[in-house]
Design a protein around this ligand. Structure first.
Ligand SMILES: *Cc1c(COP(=O)(O)O)cnc(C)c1O
Length: 373
């Protein structure tokens, strides 16, 4: 296997596009083409003028349609990505005490932000063994429940139901939004970045906010807590309703996000994209279950992510050699998030056609056979 990189996959087996990362993800060529075609009419123009504000408006109305948002919900945008939103939430959404379901790298990072905030109580943390998810535990002292719809680091998904309690249900949906079905009545905030299921670019956060969440944001903004202006959710809301952001956003990100949301809506919305992702992931899990050298990392089928399949391999196969061989053949970004297992993570996003998942499996079969012979 040391000569892994010398294995040449026959070109007739290769996928049309070699990008299988879990984030950033494959960007549709047609979106890039349309951005290039916009030439001098969009990029490099003011985000305070109608051309760009109309694009932000398309993002907001497209997402309202995609998620079928009830009256009173707002699509809020700000700079900083999902990581920026964690910081903003610590200042502007958590009143005193939050409860976090911690089951991977991303949910842990949000805990770290809150644990370090001097104006908040220590967060309540509920953990579960790697490859599973815990469940929330309603409590009177908690004013915000932090869930993660899809833990991208381990490839674990959880059912999304509102916590039956006074506190807000706030969901990190960075890798779920646009790829997993959701009922907006089950969350107060559903936040994400555009470079995962939407196949756009990073740097921006989007937060779908319920009336209860908007009320919380305004109440905290009106209190005597100091909030860094860049992280103010209240100013993110007041700018968003005017189709703007607090400071200059990356215009290409907004363009590609609008393009992607409209593409999904035209294809059949969230029902279409979630079905496509689930079917792709199912193909990979099914392949792994019947392969003598592989198995899905997540043993409970109901917890297996439909957008990023984590597949374990038996020795002598090694993830490092497999990923290096795939990469040498143009199939990139299948490396695991945690390097302490022997697995690959394969993105199964809306932008990836079924034929490329089939091709990926054929390539993996070829590489495994060549490695073992
Ligand atoms: C990728 C990811 C993040 C971080 O997103 P950024 O845009 O890089 O800040 C947070 N949470 C989850 C679940 C993710 O998958």
């Amino acid at each position: 296997m040391a000569e892994g990189a010398s294995i040449r996959i026959p070109t007739n087996l290769l996928p049309e596009d070699g990008r299988f990362g879990c984030g950033p993800t494959r960007v549709r060529q047609s979106a890039l083409d349309r951005l290039a075609e916009s030439g001098s009419s969009y990029m490099g123009t003011s985000h305070r003028r109608p051309t760009v504000r109309r694009m932000v408006g398309r993002v907001r109305s497209g997402l309202t349609e995609l998620f079928d948002l009830p009256d009173g919900y707002e699509v809020v945008l700000g700079n900083g990505g999902a990581s920026g939103f964690w910081d903003a939430a610590a200042f502007g959404l958590i009143e005193r005490a939050s409860q976090h379901l911690k089951f991977g790298a991303f949910s842990s990072k949000f805990v770290g932000v809150v644990a370090g905030a001097p104006h908040l109580e220590a967060p309540e943390v509920i953990e579960s063994p790697r490859g599973t998810h815990p469940m929330p535990s309603p409590s009177d002292r908690i004013d915000l429940y932090a869930l993660t719809h899809n833990e991208t680091s381990t490839g674990v998904t959880m059912p999304l139901r509102r916590v039956e309690a006074e506190g807000l249900t706030v969901v990190d949906a960075t890798s779920a939004a646009g790829a997993i079905m959701v009922d907006p009545r089950q969350f107060d905030v559903y936040f994400f970045s555009p470079q995962k299921a939407f196949g756009a670019d990073g740097g921006l956060y989007v937060a779908l906010c319920s009336p209860r969440a908007l009320e919380r944001i305004e109440r905290i903004a009106g209190s005597d807590r100091w909030i860094p202006p860049f992280l103010s959710l209240s100013s993110a809301v007041s700018n968003s309703v005017k189709d703007q952001t607090y400071n200059t956003p990356a215009l290409a990100t907004i363009f590609m996000l609008a393009d992607s949301v409209e593409w999904m809506n035209a294809k059949g919305g969230l029902a279409w994209s979630s079905e496509r992702c689930a079917a792709s992931a199912e193909m990979l899990y099914g392949w792994a279950e019947q392969h003598p050298m592989a198995q899905p990392f997540v043993s409970d089928p109901s917890m297996r992510s439909p957008v990023g399949a984590t597949i374990d391999f038996r020795r002598p196969l090694s993830w490092a050699d497999l990923a290096a061989t795939l990469r040498a053949n143009g199939i990139v970004d299948t490396e695991p998030y945690h390097k302490n297992g022997n697995h690959l993570r394969i993105g199964t996003w809306p932008s990836i056609p079924r034929s490329d998942i089939e091709a990926f499996i054929a390539c993996l079969d070829y590489v495994i056979e060549a490695s073992l012979s």
